[in-house]
Structure formats: C-alpha cells, structure tokens
Design a protein around this ligand. Structure first.
Ligand code: ATP
Length: 881
C-alpha cells in the first residue's frame, strides 16, 4: 500500500535559528515533504531531499550542518508549478512553506509558515489535475455495526461533495468507480482496509477522534452554516456523516480554508443506480481497459467538448440509472438532438468555447483566480446567454420539458459579465500584483496615476534628448534597474564629456552609469505612481473577485447544465456516427435486443470486416437462462459483454448499437469469468469460484442480469461441469426471483440441462467446418453443439500440422469407441453429489467453513496413517487461508 510515512527531521546538532524554525515547522507536518522557501529557492533537507532529488531529477548535495553532513536539494521558486505536480503524482504529500513577510523588512529571521499542504487528493493546481477526470479525495469510516461503512468523496477543484453508507461490497464498488486519488481512514483499521479494498489507493490514516459522529456533524453544520443536515438528505446516514466530517477536517488540516464553493453535500443513493459488481466493472471495461492499450467503452462514447462534460460522462457510465423517467429524460433529449443536428452543432460550437467553467468558478470561490483566468471565466460565461436562446428557440418547435428545464436553469449572469467587461483589460496578465489589469476610464485616481507614470516616462525621454544635445554624446541613454533605479549610461569613449554635477554610480567594462538630482525627482514620481497603480489595481481586482463570488452558486448551476448538454450532444453525435438506435425502456422483465453489436469491438475490426450482429431475448417466463456453447474464439464472450453493454448504455441515457432494443430495467449486473481467464490469482480455483459465485447468488434480485463466462473452466472436467450445472439449476429453481442469465461454456454436456428445466434454452455460436478448417460465422443459433473445437483452434494458433493431425485421429477414436457416452454417464452420476456440496456451500453463504466441514466428514480416522493425517491437516489449513 502506498501509505504515507513520516520522514525523520534532520539531525539536530547545534541549531541555528533557521534550523530551529525548520524543525518546528517540519514537526507540524509529519509525513509531508516540506518545501522550505529560502530567498528565491525552495529547499528540501534530509530524507525529503533524497526523495525530492530522485523524483525531480535535481542535484542532491550535502551541507555541513553543525558537524553532520545533511542532504540538501532545492529548486528556484518559479519552477514550483513544474515540480509540484511531479511530487504529488509520485504520491508525496507536499507542504509548501513560504516566507510570510518581506525579507527586507523582517527584524531577525523571516517569518515562515506552511501556506498549503498539497496531497494527491487535494489539489487546485492545473498541472496536477487531469482536466477530463475528477480528482477525488475519499474518506472511509468503519462503522460500529458489522459490515457497515460510511464513505464520502470530495473533488475540491469542482466543489462536488458526496456522502453515503453501506456494506463493504458497496463501498468497494464506489471506490472502484470513483477511483479516488487519496483515501482517508482511521489508523486503527489499517489491516482491514487493505484486505477489503485492495492496495491500489494512496491512503492516509488519521487518529480515532476525527471519526466520531458529533465531531463530523458539527463540522458539517458549521461549514454549511445550517442548524441541521436535514436539507441535504444525509441526516439518516450517521456513518456517512462521519466520513464527510473527516474530509472537512482533513481540508482544514491541510490549510485549505477557503471552501465557499463547497455549497452542499449530496447523498449518493445506493438504490438509484444499477449495481455493478467489481468483476463487471473490470470485465466490461466501461471506463478503464483491463490491459494496457485496450479500449474502454468511454473512449468510443466520449465526444464531449468540455472537461466538465468529460467528467460527467465518466460518472454516468459508472452510475447507470434505474428509474425509467430519468432515463427517458436523457433519451428524449438525445433523440431531439439526433433529429435536429443543426441544434446539436450550434450547441457544440458554443460549448467548445466554454472550457472548464466548473473549475474556474471554484477558483473564484477560493479567491485563487488570476486576472487572466477571470478573463477566461468571462469568455466562458458569454456563451451562456446564446445557449439559453438556442434552447428557447428550439422550444418553439418542440415541447420538450427538458429543453425548458435547461433553459430555465441557465443564468446569463449579465450583471457580473457587464462589470468584468467594463473593468478587466482584454490582455489581463497572469499576476495580480503588477498592474495592467484594469481598463482606463474606470477609476479617476488610477487614470491620474497612470498619466503621471506615463508623463514621467515621457519626461525621461525628453530629458535624454536634452542631455544628448547638451553634452553632444549621441549614444547616451536613460535606463532602469532595480538597484539604482533610473540612471544615465555613457560609454567610456565619451565619459570626458560628462558634466561635473552628474554623480557616478557604477563602472562597467565599457560604460559608466550616473544619476542626477533631476532624474531622481522624476524617478520618485514614476515609482510612487507605479506602486500606487499596482495597489489600486490589485484592490479593484479583488473587489471584482468578491463580486463574482456572489455568483458562485449560479455559475455552478450553469456548469452543471452545460456539462449535461455536453454529454447529451456527445451521445447524439456518437449515435449518428455509429448508427445506434434509441432503446425502449420499460418496467417489464424482458430484454429483447435485435441485431445487437459490441460497441467497442465493432470499432476495432480491420477495414473490410464487419461485426456480425446478433439477437438476444431473455425474460422470466420462457427464456430465463441461455446456455451458449461454441468453440473457442467463436464470439461467446463478445456476445455476453455486448448484451450487458447495451443495457448499461441504455440506462445511462445513450442510444445503443442494435437495430432495436427493448430493455426492461435491470437493477444489478453480475459477472463471473472462469478462472482460467483470471489465472494470476493463484488460489484454489474451486474455492475462489465458489466463494465469488456464492456472493452473487446471495445478492440476486428479480431484475438482475448475470453473465457467466466459462465458469468452472479452470478445474477438472468433473468439477467444472458440476459447478456450472449446479449454478444454472439453482438459478432456474430459485423461487423468489428469476434473474436473467447468459451462460457461455464449452462444456456441451450442459446442454442436457434444457431437457429438465423449462426456462433454460440452448444456443450455439455457429461455425462452419470446411474440410479440416473452421469458419467462424459469429451467428447465434438455437440448439446446443455436440463437440468442442479445441483442435481447430490449435491449428489456427499455428500448432504444427503433425500434432493437429494426430489429435484429430485420437479424437475420432475416442468418439467412435463409446468413450464419450461413458464420459457423459460418469459426469451425470458425479453431478448430484458434487452439486449437493456446491449448493450447500452457496446457500450457507460461508463457503469456506462448509467446505472444510465437508472435507472433515469424509475423513476416516481409523484408516489414516500419521503422514496422511498431517497432509490432511495441511490441506485444511490451506483451505482456511
Ligand atoms: N459478432 C462478431 N462479429 C465479428 N467479430 C467478432 C464477433 N464476436 C466476436 N468477434 C471476434 O472474435 C474474437 C473472439 O471472440 P470471443 O472472445 O467472444 O470468443 P469466445 O467464444 O468467448 O472464445 P473463448 O472461448 O476462447 O473465450 C473477438 O475478439 C472479436 O474480435
């Protein structure tokens, strides 16, 4: 686990005041890498320096620190923006310690303090953030009751704040979907956290006391300035409140105190979204590919043009809806855009100009916006009114309630725009303390000072001309530097013509620099004026930010509506481009897909090849379970996945790759992929399959969709068939619900299930044999298949012809010598016993202990040799692990 650990402070010897200051600050931020500002540099010391130099590739030096050699590495302060992201991405928590006063004015040692603690989950820095993804900080609270957890997510760069609670599977699923950059939890749960949620997260542990209800509740109340949390709908989530409180507490600890943009905490409702188990999320490759170079679904669907749209799409795909009305609202809008491509184009053209309104407005709220960014904010907001008008015009042609809702929700914020337009210069700079921010004609004092500064500069030009004439030195010039202010420069060749009253200040290799009293008088005027200009402009700029701050809520709402419009128009354009159709969503238990395709594979086929569409029909009356047999590579997995993808796309609001699709709303999707596709885990396959399958079978609902791909494949044939057989039978005989199931297998023995179970149907993915070869037709046909085709695949895979021929001979012999029939008999006999075991395990919910009990029962103690007893014991211990 990439867990933060505290670095040792530098060795204490004889402490200088600077050392002492460093050590005091360092001690306050254990576990953080301290960037200590000294003059124009950020310095790191000791272990921090070793880590920083490795991550940043900067030189590590040693300095003599009171007798010991201490490591030191630093970089110029202006490189902070390039170095900070590297440190944070490497998982470091970085404390930025700045000089809190002007060193020139400091009495004694300069005051220093940490102004920000940047951690992977808490960052505003554009270089740390990926614009098309949210950057979530999460907190997980281990509740008092068994298997209850509170969870909260915050993206500080957008102000999105969520809380929820549920069991470990739920929390695990949320962690997988939101993929936070940093997870906070209590020190005391160190061991359990890794076991339950894996070790892929950057984590940070906090003390016990932060994880209490009163603390969290009060913190939240205080932040939102409310008397209770009822208005947020989280009142009934004590564990969620604790987690959310921990997040606010952590922000406080990391010196993030300007949080006005976090205007609400939203309850993440478990039952509003389709439940996807961990395997489904991974296996369907919705937002991330399983293998490097793979293409996730989102890549096919993402035609969004704003970063906030891209982030929203990711969320929609991870949290598909279950409520017909909400799904239809999205689909209606996509439909409207598909049928009015002009409207879609106009919208997109405006959206393209908008950029990351959501993160810009957060910067307003926390007063971290630069003049240039405020200009960008203005330019984004200028598109709100035209979009609103486009929607209203469209409304005159169609009575879409969504159009009206979006149009109503958009706020043109004209008052604010007018002010920014009037005051902020079109070439506003990135820095707010060096002038050139405010337009002329706004502030009389400012204009006057500008005139003085300018006329002063004009005067200096005149002065230069006058002196050239007077002295006859044509190369004479007036210039400026920070040390002497304005001066006159004369090359050595002409220095004998310099008047007596000039005061020499500096001698260079080929020139001399002088000042005159007159020059100094004007210098003072100019510099004073400039100083005042900077002050007035930065004050006015701050006032503008405060004024903009009044609109944070309205702008956030604009950002939300615009991101929704962005995703919906992306859906529309993808639908047109890839020939998707609108799915019909209803509350039936039917899944009726005609000519379904796999959204990703169809885009990746070599030119000239076409994806072969297939129909799938499932319901709870006639065809609840489909057993799909077919040779390897036939397209069984593709068929399973495309079915789930079509359901998920539909329930996210997207059109789907099919010629028609009726989707009776699905509320849970479970996936199991046979162990041989998942070999890396190296556990006992039987055990793993049973445990995981048990967890599916214990959570089923009548609207569940189950994908079983080559279940039992990693075990011996008898085990494999038994597992698969018993699961299919169990799903069929279950009385409380009839979950729809697709079962891909190469055990054609399973086709016999259909004889005794009315809602189980056999299908096969058709292949054609031509001589010794197999042609994949990729067409799903009714009926089972009689033999497996492993040998043909071996041939395709380039196995030497000799081996393939020999294998074919052996197969023929086996098939003709009744061997196959015998096998079938043996499997059938074996099935009832194994099945009984499997069922007991599944139903008990605790597969391990049942399996162990079963093993114990089979031991005949009277016949066991001591060695055998030891071996048995060892086996049992292994099962317990
Ligand atoms: N309907 C289709 N049209 C065109 N190509 C397809 C189709 N279905 C699958 N394919 C191609 O065939 C390949 C193999 O498909 P898939 O992995 O689904 O086979 P499988 O039957 O599950 O094989 P195995 O038993 O080895 O897992 C896919 O990667 C895809 O490129």
């Amino acid at each position: 686990m990439k867990s933060a650990t505290a670095a040792k402070p530098p060795v204490k010897k004889t402490e200088t005041p600077l050392n002492r200051q460093y050590n005091q600050i360092k001690a306050k931020y254990p576990g953080a890498l301290l960037l200590f500002r000294v003059g124009d540099f950020y310095e790191t010391f000791g272990e921090d320096a070793v880590r920083a130099s490795k991550i940043l590739g900067i030189t590590l030096t040693k300095r003599n620190n009171g007798g010991s050699n201490e490591e030191l590495a630093g970089f110029p302060h202006h490189s902070l923006d390039t170095h900070l992201p590297k440190l944070v991405r490497a998982g470091e928590r970085v404390a930025i310690c700045d000089q809190l006063e002007d060193p020139a004015l400091a009495k004694g040692i300069v005051r220093r303090g940490v102004t920000e603690l940047v951690t992977p989950g808490v960052s505003f820095n554009d270089n740390v953030l990926d614009t098309r993804r949210n950057n979530y900080l999460a907190a997980v609270h281990f509740g008092k009751a068994d298997d209850t957890f509170g969870i909260s997510f915050l993206d500080i760069s957008t102000g999105e704040f969520l809380a929820s609670q549920g069991n470990s599977a739920y929390v695990d699923k949320l962690l997988q979907s939101f993929n936070p950059s940093e997870v906070l939890y209590c020190k005391r749960n160190r061991q359990e956290f890794g076991v339950l949620f894996g070790d892929k997260f950057h984590t940070y542990t906090l003390e016990d006391w932060a994880f209490t209800y009163d603390f969290g509740y009060n913190f939240l109340k205080q932040h939102f300035q409310t008397t209770s949390l009822k208005g947020f709908g989280i009142e009934g989530l004590p564990d969620g409140i604790i987690a959310a409180g921990v997040i606010l507490h952590y922000l406080n600890e990391t010196e993030h105190k300007d949080l006005q943009h976090i205007t609400r905490v939203t309850r993440l409702e478990e039952d509003r979204y389709v439940w996807l188990d961990r395997f489904t999320i991974r296996n369907l490759e919705l937002t991330a590919a399983q293998q490097e170079g793979g293409v996730p679904l989102i890549q096919i669907l993402d035609q969004t043009v704003t970063p906030m749209g891209a982030r929203l799409l990711r969320k929609w795909l991870s949290l598909p809806l279950k409520e017909k009305a909400l799904i239809d609202e999205r689909l209606n809008m996509v439909d409207l855009l598909v049928n009015d491509l002009d409207l879609a184009d106009t919208l997109v053209n405006h959206l393209k100009q908008i950029g990351d309104l959501e993160r810009l407005v957060s910067k307003v709220a926390v007063r971290r916006i630069s003049p240039r960014e405020l200009l960008q904010l203005k330019r984004s907001l200028q598109h709100v009114l035209p979009i609103k008008e486009v929607l209203i015009t469209a409304l005159s042609q169609s009575e879409s309630p969504s159009l009206k809702k979006y149009a109503d929700q958009l706020n043109a914020v004209s008052f604010l725009l007018d002010r920014i337009e009037a005051e902020l210069r079109e070439d506003a700079p990135a820095l707010s303390n060096q002038g050139n921010i405010i337009k002329s004609g706004i502030n009389a004092e400012l204009d006057e000072l500008t005139a003085i500064a300018y006329s002063g500069k004009d005067y200096l030009i005149q002065l230069q001309e006058r002196e050239v004439e007077k002295t006859g030195i044509s190369s004479l010039k007036v210039a400026y530097n920070k040390v002497f202010g304005y001066y006159l420069e004369v090359t050595h060749a002409h220095k004998n013509r310099v008047p007596e009253d000039w005061i020499r200040k500096q001698t260079l290799v080929n020139a001399e620099r002088y000042i005159t009293p007159e020059l100094k008088v004007y210098e003072e005027k100019i510099l004073n004026a400039e100083e005042q200009i900077f002050q007035i402009e930065s004050r006015m700029f701050n006032e503008m930010i405060i004024a903009a701050g009044e609109y944070v809520g309205a702008i956030q709402q604009n950002a939300r509506v615009l991101s929704v419009l962005d995703v919906l128009s992306s859906f529309a354009r993808v639908a047109v481009k890839n020939k998707y159709v609108r799915p019909q969503i209803n509350e039936s238990k039917v899944l009726d897909i005609k000519d379904g395709r796999h959204a990703v594979i169809e885009q990746q086929l070599p030119p000239g090849e076409h994806y072969i569409p297939n129909d799938i029909f499932l319901d709870d009356e006639t065809q609840q379970i489909i057993i799909i047999t077919g040779p390897n590579m036939a397209g069984k997995s593709a068929l399973l996945r495309q079915t789930a993808l079509i359901v998920l796309m539909a329930q996210s609001g997207s059109f789907v790759p099919a010629s028609s699709a009726e989707i009776g709303i699905v509320d849970k999707i479970f996936t199991r992929v046979g162990a041989s596709d998942n070999l890396s885990r190296g556990e006992s396959t039987f055990m793993v399959e049973m445990t995981e399958t048990a967890s599916i079978l214990n959570n089923l609902s009548e609207r569940s969709l189950i994908l079983m791909d080559e279940i039992g494949r990693g075990t011996s044939t008898y085990d494999g068939v038994s597992i698969a057989w018993s699961i299919a039978e169990y799903l069929h005989t279950k009385t409380d619900c009839r979950p729809k199931t697709l079962f891909a297998t190469h055990y054609h023995e399973l086709n016999d299930l259909a004889n005794e179970n009315v809602r189980i149907k056999n299908y096969n993915v058709a292949v054609k044999e031509m001589g010794n070869k197999v042609i994949f037709l990729r067409k799903l046909k009714e009926g089972g298949s009689e033999h497996s085709f492993g040998i043909h695949v071996a041939q395709m895979a380039g196995m030497p012809a000799q081996i393939v021929t020999r294998a074919s001979q052996i197969l023929k012999q086996l098939e003709s010598s009744h061997g196959r029939e015998n096998n079938k008999e043996r499997i059938r006999e074996a099935v009832p016993q194994e099945r009984e075991l499997a069922l007991r395990i599944i139903e008990s919910g605790d597969p391990k202990s049942e399996a162990i009990k079963e093993k114990l029962r089979t031991i005949d103690v009277n016949r066991l040799t001591p060695i055998e007893a030891l071996l048995k014991l060892n086996e049992l211990l292994k099962m317990m692990e």
